[in-house]
Design a protein around this ligand. Structure first.
Ligand code: GLV
Ligand code: MN
Ligand code: MN
Length: 479
């Protein structure tokens, strides 16, 4: 359950963010779906009914029977690849799967030699995920192109359009994210293939299990020539409560917060829970507990912690206070038994902020304090950086095109729409971050229920899915 406080906190966070829309009742509140359907050119069968059915179908493609989980090239991901590929073909697209496991569907349009628009999102999920995170961007893009296909308009597209379903954005299995978009943007390091999961299976091993013999060279070849690409657009659920608060189905993203993932390993002295006196313990569990509470305090009040250390400018400290979020989402102990003082504790730290320098200052300060706690408790600490991505500002021209497309879609659905499409920041990471290293990027957010995401409670109104598809269609028609 998401607490009122959490919602309030994220609301404040996102309002750091430019909200240009006054609060109002749900945009679709006064409209009967039947009235909308009378507007015959809005393609509800494809953009809403089929898109919704597809999202539910993809949401059942899981490696776990009780919940949704699809990680990098897992058996369920292979099934998802087949399904997405089939939908792309149904939309008239030429398809292929690349050597990282990304699915591509492309149409050349009227000017095959012009730079292409890339559009997509990710098909992997977190553990116990919702159905819409990532999937909505893939399904909406395919649905919009399908409308053009059935209307015989695909060949009128002013430039090539390529939908990409990226293989790994969540980074659940290998902690490093953007394996798919990173390969296409050409930002993966030479050692990426050697990264191991918890069972020491490397990315290269997983590719091999899927009959892909990847090498450093084959990885480099996945990089797109920036001259062949016009821009990248991603539609995604907001994963926060702002659009619901302002009663608007769609919003344009101004920028994406930077993020760092750390893995902290604390080693102590394994022993008997009944015999080792409290004063003689070197217990990594309590060291980790102290570090985690310290992290929470630091991230709640960076102005109190960082100003003393002098590692952070005043403006960074101010912007941190409104956007910094830090999370320990995974912790494991060895040997993990109730009557054993653990020998080792490992936990992850996820740190995000709009301000890159501020984020770096937090990491510097937090790391020092973690080492100090380890020294004080006579345990050893190792801090590894698993992922770093700088904050991204979306392209203003591409964003205004998306904004006009969103506005015109909503106007077609409800004649008297008057408000401006909201503009907001993203605290969540997206493939657009990696793609911004290749080309200009822009994003459209779709309202989700209660702002809930990374949870099976994630939900999006059918009509908002329709609005998302219609906005994508309008964007494609006016490229
Ligand atoms: C991806 O959803 C992330 O922001 O971690
Ligand atoms: Mn996610
Ligand atoms: Mn996502």
């Amino acid at each position: 359950m998401i607490s009122t406080f959490t919602l309030f906190h994220s609301f404040i966070f996102f309002l750091y963010l430019l909200i240009s829309t006054p609060s109002r009742a749900s945009l679709f509140s006064g409209i009967e779906t039947g009235d909308l359907e009378k507007k015959g050119d809005l393609f509800p069968q494809i953009l809403r009914d089929e898109a919704v059915a597809r999202l539910h179908e993809l949401g059942k493609v899981s490696d776990a029977s009780e919940y949704l989980e699809r990680t990098f090239l897992s058996p369920a991901t292979t099934r998802a690849i087949d399904l997405i590929r089939k939908w792309m073909e149904d939309a008239g697209l030429r398809t292929w799967v690349d050597e990282m496991g990304n699915v591509h569907g492309r149409v050349e349009g009227a000017n095959a030699n012009t730079e292409a628009l890339l559009i997509g999102s990710h098909m992997d999920t977190v553990i116990d995920a919702g159905k819409f995170d990532g999937a909505l961007g893939i399904v909406s893009a395919i649905s919009a192109l399908k409308v053009m296909h059935v209307n015989g308009n695909l060949q009128n597209l002013r430039r090539p359009v390529e939908v990409i379903a990226f293989c790994d954005e969540e980074g659940v299995r290998f902690q490093t994210t953007f394996l798919g978009s990173g390969a296409i943007a050409g930002i993966l390091s030479a050692t990426t293939l050697e990264i191991p999961d918890k069972k020491n299976v490397t990315i290269k091993d997983v590719l091999k299990e899927n009959s892909i013999e990847a090498t450093e060279e084959s990885l480099l070849k996945l990089k797109y020539d920036p001259k062949s690409v016009w821009g990248y657009v991603e539609l995604h659920i907001e994963q926060g409560p702002v659009l619901e608060q302002v009663g608007f189905p769609l919003g344009v993203v101004k920028g994406i917060a930077g993020q760092t993932r750390l893995k902290v390993t604390v080693k102590g002295s394994q022993g008997h829970a009944g015999t080792v006196p409290m004063s003689m313990r070197q217990d990594p569990m309590v060291a980790a507990a102290e570090q985690i509470v310290l992290m929470e305090n630091l991230c709640k009040h960076p102005e109190e912690y960082l100003s003393y250390g002098g590692h952070c400018s005043d403006s960074s400290t101010k912007s941190l206070s409104s956007s910094l979020v830090c999370t320990v989402g995974e912790i494991s102990t060895w040997p993990s038994a109730s009557n054993v003082i653990p020998g080792q504790v490992t936990y992850t730290v996820d740190i995000r902020a709009i301000d890159d320098l501020g984020r770096e200052a937090v990491i510097y300060d937090l790391s020092n304090r973690i080492y100090q706690i380890c020294d004080k408790r006579s345990v050893s600490c190792l801090i590894e950086h698993k992922h770093d991505a700088g904050a991204v500002i979306c392209d203003s021209e591409l964003s205004s095109q998306l904004k006009s497309a969103a506005y015109s879609a909503l106007k077609r659905m409800e004649d008297d729409i008057q408000d401006e499409v909201p503009i907001l920041m993203s605290g969540a990471g997206h493939d657009a971050m990696a793609m911004s290293r290749l080309t200009k990027v822009a994003m459209l957010f779709v309202r989700c229920r209660g702002g809930i995401s990374h949870s099976p409670q994630e939900d999006v109104l059918d009509n908002d899915i329709w609005a998302a598809g219609l906005a994508t269609l309008s964007f494609l028609e006016n490229l």
